[in-house]
Design a protein around this ligand. Structure first.
Ligand code: V47
Ligand code: SF4
Length: 395
């Protein structure tokens, strides 16, 4: 895939000096400042951002594009909190409209995948008192015992902060217990926007930005890995996004424990912020590219396709993204309820074809980015055409 190179960008005499300095820094492999991050959000054109972000992406990964085979388990959609962007949760007063699975219910869901070649279970859901430390330690150890090859990626600092407080144990003690029980990594959710000016309005009551960062720091200190997200495109300003990225970059300098950054586009169906317009595709691509440029110490930038749709996910691969997640089944309701894909299920073959159709090299990965299967030379029966995308010939 080709975008104008940075040297082409640098030959453009009409390029404003601030943007030229940033392009020179990226070319030299240097870090940009928060002020330069702000300038990118305020003024940088899409084509310029794509060139810089793609340069970094190709320096780090060439054409490699990662996906994994996972499934989601959501123990409950009833929640004590009332985040204004959440389309998924039911208030506790209306808990009869939701679901609250027991340990056995969840194990039945996990067992339903026994004959499927999944490598990861992603567990996240609402916050309720019965889902406490003993519940989750029992769940993690039962899953690991039942299926040791399945990587358990579970819960966020939102749940951990709540359950450790309730159990009157420190974050350090709590995360050590989770590791002991079989937790292997933490997903990136619950980060939203760290800055209290925004967080207090959209996610008041749940853990603060500092607490979110502290729990990840402790987890990394145990030698473990996690992801990070940013929920963007609602009431925040660009300066709040820069602040969020800066805090993640600072923590990553300290621990090196983050694997992937996942920008999450706010979807406006069925929630208290439905009156807000959603960000445009151009804004989404600009945000991916700036994230790639800013987070020089993150290995991967992920586009979560069930949320942004397949076509934007394909486009994002030219704007700094090198991972498009992956599912094999319809197991998450978080995004379909908020306006994402109604049936977020794609077979491995379909994901591979989506990636190839934009000239990239698909690789199935495990949660920790270990290569499970390289699909560069794997041929499928109908390689010429896939749901309107023109697939490239297999090379
Ligand atoms: O924290 C909720 C977001 C997150 C909406 O780590 C919404 O691999 C948009 O973090 N519009 C949970 N976003 C999901 C998450 C995630 C997803 C995929 C992969 C990984 C990973 C992590 O979903 C929440 C919140 O920020 N969210 N409602 C909405 N209306
Ligand atoms: Fe609860 Fe999470 Fe929804 Fe907030 S985003 S209301 S914490 S389920």
């Amino acid at each position: 895939m080709s975008s104008p190179s940075i040297s082409t960008i640098l030959r453009d005499s009409s390029l404003p000096s601030g943007l030229r300095v940033i392009a020179e820094k990226v070319y030299a492999g240097d870090r940009i400042t928060p002020e330069e991050g702000q300038l990118l959000f305020d003024e940088a054109p899409l084509g310029y951002l794509g060139s810089l972000a793609n340069h970094i992406r190709e320096q780090k990964h060439g054409d490699k594009t990662y996906f994994n085979r996972n499934f989601h388990v959501e123990p409950t959609n009833v929640c004590l909190y009332t985040c204004t962007f959440c389309s998924y949760s039911r208030r506790i007063k209306k808990r009869e409209d939701g679901w609250e699975y027991s340990l056995d219910d969840i194990m039945d869901i996990v067992k339903g995948y026994d004959d499927k070649p999944v490598t990861e279970v992603h567990i996240v859901g609402g916050v309720l008192p019965q889902y406490d430390v003993p519940f989750y330690t029992e769940l993690f150890s039962r899953i690991r015992k039942h299926r040791p090859d399945l990587h358990v990626k579970a819960l966020t600092p939102v749940e951990y902060h709540y359950i450790f407080k309730k159990a009157k144990i420190s974050y350090e003690e709590g995360m050590a217990q989770m590791k002991e029980a079989g937790l292997q990594s933490m997903p990136g959710g619950g980060a939203e926007i760290f800055h209290p000016e925004i967080r207090d309005q959209i996610a008041g009551g749940k853990c603060s930005g500092e607490e979110w960062l502290r729990i990840h720091e402790i987890w990394h200190g145990l030698g473990m890995r996690s992801n990070a997200t940013m929920l963007y495109g609602h009431i925040e300003e660009f300066r709040h996004r820069v602040d969020h990225l800066e805090k993640l970059r600072e923590l990553q300098d300290k621990t090196g424990g983050f694997q992937t950054f996942i920008p999450l586009k706010f979807r406006n169906k069925n929630n208290e912020m439905s009156h807000l317009d959603e960000s445009t595709v151009v804004e989404d691509l600009r945000n991916y590219a700036i994230s790639r440029i800013y987070l020089d110490n993150f290995d991967h930038i992920k586009a979560y396709w069930p949320m942004i749709g397949r076509t934007t996910a394909q486009l994002s691969l030219a704007f700094g993204v090198d991972d498009i997640d992956g599912t094999i089944d319809d197991t998450t309701r978080i995004y379909s309820m908020a306006g994402g894909e109604q049936n977020p299920a794609l077979s491995t073959e379909a994901l591979v074809k989506m990636i190839r159709a934009v000239g990239r090299h698909p690789i199935e990965r495990g949660t920790l980015y270990e290569v499970i299967e390289d699909f560069k030379d794997v041929e499928f029966a109908d390689d010429k055409q896939y749901r309107g995308y023109t697939a490239l010939p297999v090379v």
